[in-house]
Write a protein of this length. Structure first.
Length: 502
């Protein structure tokens, strides 16, 4: 078996500039029923950021059932700013009457001009009754021009819930070529990454473009689980990039919570020790008073050894200040899941890393939950630490929802790789929905977080449609350096979804 030897993160950023792509695609699992739908939502950054005229862009939506049969091939123009498409409405528009459909949706953005990435910055928003969950583009079918080597990775790194009525799941799909290996190896791991249980799961029945959602409690019927356990799935790369849509399914309520997997890192790749900065990498988390936040670092990175210095800011304070103690992150400590909680009054936490063996890819789950509720709903945003080699960004964009008593907040964080931060950022935040646009001037003080509550800025009664009240936002900064997350949530029952910005 050949494991994937990832190129370094630094080489990865360079390679983007050297490749030409004219198709960007992403695969999303489809769970369609009377109460379930999938909405594809995106901001037209190809025009607004990359200056490709809309007349040179086209959207194709290919809907396959679980056997791989093409049910619908739908074409749409791409609008200047906000775009959203309901899969159930597309089927109705094409006079395809299917009550229940399980399979996958392949989204393709086709351009007459060069695209920077073969992954499009789009999200799938899953509707389960009046609950919602989201995940950005994860796996995809490779373009014909790409190298299609056979390699293997373990896809893992998501919060697994094993409570009564809930099971973790993953969605596996096949591209235009069936895998050579006729099975997946699925493992249950404890919080130290040790194998508790393992099973070979047959996938030989899947045809090209076929797919299946696998539920962990169905695969391991008699197993005993702990909520500290997590899952890994060994998958084959050939005609696909098999980063999977994963999450947890509340089967008694038919609610899906979605995120995406990360691969286990087996090759050593460390942050360069750039002498210009006192720290080589940082991990920042932030929230508002309505949300709880927990960061989870899984024992799936390459081995490392470094120190972490913590900077925190409470809600009533002006900016981040250092905590005196320095934490040693040893090779042994990285072999166990690390949980970083937020205290009651903590708004902003920055862990700044120093050393010669800081993993470049320190993948982390940012788990947000509505405060003071006893239910188990949360959003698991797949992100991680950011090293000094990450390009600084002038622009960020994302989405949200503005109906059914949901609030949408955009959190913009100002942090750096120094001991102190005196930079103040300013810019313009544009918010778009169908037939709606609002421009907001923003200022983010040094070492702080600006939280923009769109629900308090937008007149919902004048703005919302009868259905699908999703939105796009676009932040343009005068100088680069901020990070952003967005979260949409409902206080009364804890329904919550969100993502990091693109």
């Amino acid at each position: 078996m050949k494991n994937r030897g990832f190129i370094s993160l630094k080489e990865g950023f360079k390679s983007v500039k050297q490749k030409s792509h004219y198709v960007a695609s992403a695969v999303f699992p489809l769970m369609l029923s009377k109460s379930n739908d999938l909405n594809i939502v995106f901001f037209n950054y190809w025009t607004n950021k990359n200056k490709i005229q809309t007349k040179y862009l086209k959207l194709f939506i290919k809907i396959h059932d679980h056997t791989g049969e093409l049910i619908c091939h739908h074409e749409e123009k791409i609008f200047d700013y906000h775009n959203q498409h309901s899969i159930s409405q597309i089927l109705n528009k094409n006079k395809i009457r299917i009550k229940n459909l399980y399979g996958m949706v392949n989204i393709e953005i086709v351009s007459l001009e060069k695209l920077s990435f073969p992954f499009p910055a789009i999200i799938g928003i899953y509707k389960s009754g009046n609950f919602y969950s989201s995940v950005h583009s994860a796996g995809r079918i490779k373009n014909n021009s790409e190298i299609q080597n056979k390699i293997y990775t373990e896809e893992t790194n998501w919060t697994c819930k094993f409570d009564k009525g809930v099971t973790p799941f993953f969605h596996f799909f096949v591209g235009n070529k069936k895998p050579e290996k006729s099975f997946l190896t699925v493992k249950i791991l404890n919080d130290a990454g040790k194998i508790k249980n393992s099973k070979k799961v047959d996938i030989n029945f899947l045809n090209p473009f076929g797919s299946k959602i696998f539920f962990i409690k169905d695969l391991f019927k008699n197993a005993k689980f702990k909520n500290t356990d997590f899952v890994s799935v060994e998958v084959e790369h050939n005609s696909i990039i098999p980063r999977m849509v994963v999450g947890n399914y509340f089967y008694k309520k038919n609610i899906f919570e979605t995120t995406h997997s990360f691969p286990r890192i087996v090759s050593k790749d460390y942050c360069p020790n750039d002498k210009k900065f006192p720290f080589q990498s940082k991990m920042t988390g932030y929230r508002n008073k309505d949300l709880d936040l927990q960061l989870k670092i899984f024992p799936t990175s390459c081995e490392g050894k470094f120190t972490a210095e913590t900077f925190t800011k409470n809600f009533h304070e002006e900016k981040l200040t250092p905590v005196k103690e320095v934490t040693e992150i040893s090779k042994k400590k990285l072999k166990k899941k690390i949980i970083i909680p937020f205290k009651k009054n903590e708004e902003f936490k920055s862990l700044k890393f120093k050393g010669n063996k800081i993993p470049s890819r320190l993948n982390t789950s940012f788990v947000y939950k509505v405060r003071n509720l006893k239910n188990n709903y949360s959003v698991d945003i797949a992100s991680g630490a950011k090293s000094t080699i990450y390009p600084k960004k002038y622009t960020h964009w994302g989405h949200g929802y503005i109906a059914e008593n949901f609030e949408t907040i955009i959190m913009i964080a100002n942090d750096n790789y120094e001991y102190s931060n005196n930079e103040v950022f300013s810019g313009v935040l544009d918010v778009y929905s169908e037939k709606f646009h609002k421009k907001i001037n923003v200022k983010i003080n040094s070492g702080s977080v600006l939280t923009v509550n769109l629900s308090k800025i937008i007149d919902i009664k004048k703005t919302i449609r009868k259905k699908l009240n999703f939105l796009s936002w676009h932040l343009r900064l005068k100088t680069p350096g901020c990070e952003c997350f967005w979260v949409s949530f409902r206080k009364k029952d804890g329904s919550i979804f969100g993502d990091h910005s693109f």
